[in-house]
Design a protein around this ligand. Structure first.
Ligand code: NAP
Length: 335
């Protein structure tokens, strides 16, 4: 039996997770029982939203010390005691930060290699066609209630959720404004067809910068960041504006969140704000994935992956998400 490596939780972090919050362990998988498969992980994802699970304050169950760090992954079945999966099958599921794992034959999706090519890579199933893309799809369309001609503002717009959201917005006839950190990310968004971009790291007054980009105000704010950026957006909302709370990446590492201060605007402008958990839409995932794959093939939805080689770097790369170091969906090539 081969030996593999996995990252487990060594201690619950406070602030940005430091490397000593994680332990890299060598292990040999247990012999398979009936109904189980052994999967060799090819790629796994690093997700800022996972931060709450490391401290145990998330809508999903928190991780315990010694648990393998969870994330989406794709891999290959290398041994099987299941009638559902054969050796050589490619699968997608919550594989975690590990080079291999024993998994029940439930909760895995078989991936047909014939459906993937140079336009839609298999890794897209844990990116633009996975949780980030689906968050954009349902957050914008269900909670944002977009009408053609409206103005959509997106924070962390160059990330996998934000960039997907903006491009879907363009297909719906919206004017799309993206907020991102740095000239390269802003140039990328312009290239994707965003109507205006704001480099928040270069702006002294973000409220004013949004007002300049959206002189008639914002109808939908798709918020991935929270904190002071959310306040700046609220001050630019039109009456009856909708704020979609997708993520709060600027708050995840704060012991005391900054929170929303501009609440009076909710009264004067009759604003609505609602958060989403993408898994609430699970029954509609397949339909949405088909629609997004069609947009990719039509050249209307581009996606960017930022792939790091080697499981050893996962904690460092995870912390770097909170400094804006990823440019696209951050994946680790595990083996
Ligand atoms: N609700 C759900 O069901 C659901 C599901 C999936 C994801 N999400 C959320 O969606 C959001 C986006 O996820 P993603 O996977 O696409 O990741 P992402 O946007 O790529 O997140 C990392 C990026 O966040 C930005 N960032 C980090 N710290 C920041 C700060 N203090 N202020 C402003 N920007 C900061 C950085 O971009 P810049 O370089 O531009 O600063 C960084 O590159 C996350 O908040 C995530 O939790 C929600």
């Amino acid at each position: 039996m081969s030996t593999y490596r996995k990252w487990t939780l060594a201690k619950h972090p406070s602030g940005v997770p430091s490397e000593d919050c994680f332990a890299l362990e060598d292990f040999t998988p247990d012999a398979l029982s009936d109904g189980q498969v052994l999967i060799k992980t090819h790629y796994f994802s690093l997700d800022p939203g996972m931060r709450g699970r490391l401290s145990g304050d998330s809508y999903a169950a928190g991780l315990k010390i010694g648990d393998t760090i969870e994330s989406a992954g794709i891999g290959e079945v290398i041994d099987s005691k299941s009638e559902r999966f054969a050796v050589g099958d490619m699968v997608m599921g919550g594989l975690g930060w590990t080079q291999a794992l024993t998994h029940p034959d439930r909760g895995l999706q078989k991936l047909d290699p014939a459906l993937f090519d140079d336009k839609v890579a298999m890794t897209a199933t844990i990116g633009v066609l996975g949780v980030p893309g689906l968050t954009a799809w349902f957050g914008l369309q269900d909670l944002g209630q977009p009408q053609s001609g409206e103005t959509l503002l997106i924070s962390s717009a160059a990330g996998p959720v934000g960039a997907t959201c903006g491009q879907i917005g363009k297909t719906l006839g919206l004017t799309v404004i993206g907020i991102a950190g740095g000239a390269d990310k802003c140039a990328y968004l312009s290239g994707l067809g965003f109507d205006a971009v704001i480099d928040y790291k270069a702006e002294k007054d973000l409220t004013k910068a949004i007002a300049t980009a959206a002189p008639n105000g914002v109808d939908i704010y798709f918020d991935n960041v929270g904190g002071t950026m959310l306040d700046a957006a609220i001050l630019n909302m039109k009456p009856k504006g909708r704020i979609v709370i997708s993520g709060q990446v600027s708050e995840y590492n704060n012991e005391t969140p900054i929170g929303i201060r501009q609440t009076t605007r909710f009264i004067t402008h009759r604003l609505r704000m609602e958060g989403l958990v993408v898994y609430d839409y699970a029954k509609q995932f397949v339909q949405a994935q088909a629609a997004m794959a069609a947009l990719i093939r039509d050249g209307k939805l581009a996606y960017k992956e930022d792939i790091s080689e080697g499981i050893e770097d996962a904690p460092r790369e995870y912390a770097a998400l909170f400094a804006g170091a990823n440019f696209g969906r951050r994946l680790i090539k595990a083996s």
